[in-house]
Design a protein around this ligand. Structure first.
Ligand SMILES: Cc1ncc(COP(=O)(O)O)c(C=O)c1O
Length: 464
């Protein structure tokens, strides 16, 4: 039997614990940059091997200076979720079990955990209970998966089998997108041959939302097979498109409404935020991320479709050597994902939901929204700070140059100085033509003390 120091799993567990225990107080930014990390790891491919425990010990020690403390309660960048201990631990088991979570017959445990997690997701988010669910790598892949199902559905309504014949010679598929869509939607449109540049862009209001009458008008103008891509949670300010109203206004057999809710969809799980996302269940598909607001580790996105047949036609794979079950009650994950072989990434989703329960998810989502509002409020009280937008767990703020010279440059300087100081880590953006600092509260760890310390750090950089 190896002793503790010879056991790579023990070494990894100790290093992970040390990392997680250090999160509350270590600087949030990495100490070393990418060039330094390249140097730290650059060496010729070794001719001879090294003991497994030594490899893991060395890996943890060398990587540490280049790690971002994105699990910290004061990490406020992009929209990056924290990680619940139950989900991290479940993820370790996923690696140790190493199940190929594609087929339920040879890999029954993880496939059925996934089936249960899929049902729990529909229940929690209150989406049609018969919808199909694919656990994919992230929001972008979830968008691609849902839009592939959409492409199938709207072309099938015109008698065209896109899986068999592709888009060559197919009726034209019109795509409507909001002006403030996430850029990953364009990547999905490119990957699916629908074209990003040819999409009709519907203007957005000051919050970043599209108006139902504008979408309805654009949908009527294009006619034929049509896909409408809406957003639930603007990546900067958190605004939500009125999805239900739009779905009602544009409904046609050859039209599909997709809601990109990478983080905003989780507002459905918080009763106090529910009014913002009411009616959203009337869309045809939804993309979201567990690795954002459910606080599972990377990676886990979720693609949900109200039309399981279209989802399966777009994604399913069959081959003589792949055993797929014939029991309709048992779902084969392979039918809902763009990947064939993959890790059992729904297991941490199951663990997070079992650990938190419906009430715990609601408290976590609501808590993040409250902390974002508190942080924006603290900053707004200070002279020379403008809150450009705040919704859900997001805020965009702007710092006005005390010398009255260049507010964009001053805002960028405040961002850089705050990141470098290390108490918290916001990220930057351009919001409706002006520079801003983005603040995203997406971690179970963020509490009032983190908010006060983050606000103080930002204001110190503003006043310096
Ligand atoms: C609205 C929206 N859609 C899609 C994505 C892409 O998600 P992912 O990074 O998980 O691929 C994001 C990421 O922040 C997002 O905010």
């Amino acid at each position: 039997m190896p002793g503790p120091s010879d056991d790579p799993l023990r070494v990894a567990s100790d290093a992970a614990r040390e990392w997680l225990d250090g999160l509350p107080e270590r600087p949030v930014r990495p100490a070393a940059g990418a060039r330094e990390m390249l140097e730290v790891f650059s060496e010729p491919l070794p001719e001879e091997g090294t003991g497994a425990a030594e490899v893991v010990r060395d890996l943890a020690a060398r990587a540490e200076p280049g790690l971002m403390a994105s699990g910290s309660g004061r990490f406020l960048g992009w929209v990056i979720g924290g990680t619940l201990p139950a989900a991290i631990a479940a993820d370790w088991l996923v690696s140790a079990w190493d199940q190929n979570c594609g087929m339920s017959e040879p890999f029954p445990a993880t496939s059925m955990i996934e089936q249960v997690a899929a049902g729990w997701m529909l229940d929690l988010l209150d989406l049609p209970r018969g919808a199909s669910v694919g656990f994919v790598t992230g929001g972008q892949t979830a968008n691609t998966t849902c839009l592939a199902a959409a492409r199938n559905h709207v072309l099938a309504a015109h008698g065209w089998d896109v899986e068999a014949h592709g888009l060559q010679g197919a009726p034209r598929v019109a795509v409507l997108v909001g002006a403030e869509r996430h850029d990953s939607v364009d990547a999905s449109l490119r990957a699916l041959g629908l074209g990003a540049a040819t999409a009709t862009v519907v203007p957005a209001d000051d919050a970043g939302r599209v108006r139902p009458d504008a979408v309805a008008e654009a949908a009527a103008a294009v006619g034929g097979p049509t896909i409408v891509v809406l957003q639930v949670g603007n990546v900067n300010g958190g605004a939500v498109d009125p999805v239900g109203e739009i779905a009602d206004a544009v409904r046609r057999d050859d039209l599909w409404v997709h809601a990109d809710g990478a983080f905003g969809l989780w507002a459905r799980a918080a009763p106090a935020r529910r009014h913002m996302v009411e009616g959203l269940d009337r869309a045809d598909s939804w993309a979201t991320d567990a690795h954002k607001w459910l606080n599972t580790p990377y990676d886990c996105g979720v693609a949900i479709c109200a039309h399981p047949t279209a989802h399966r036609r777009a994604m399913g794979v069959r081959a003589a050597y792949l055993p797929v079950g014939d029991d309709a009650a048992l779902r084969d994950p392979i039918d809902y994902n763009p990947e064939l072989s993959r890790r059992a990434r729904a297991v941490p989703v199951w663990a997070a939901l079992r650990h938190l329960g419906r009430r715990g998810v609601a408290e976590m989502v609501e808590g993040c929204c409250r902390m974002a509002t508190l942080l924006a409020g603290r900053l707004a009280e200070a002279e020379g700070v403008e809150v450009l937008h705040q919704d859900l767990n997001q805020a965009v703020v702007r710092f006005l140059d005390p010398r009255g010279l260049d507010d964009d440059a001053h805002t960028r300087a405040v961002l850089a100085a705050t990141q470098a100081e290390g108490t918290c880590y916001p990220s930057g953006t351009v919001w409706r033509g002006v520079g801003g600092v983005r603040l995203s509260v997406t971690s179970w760890r963020t509490g009032p003390e983190d908010v006060e310390r983050s606000a103080a750090a930002l204001l110190a950089a503003h006043r310096a």
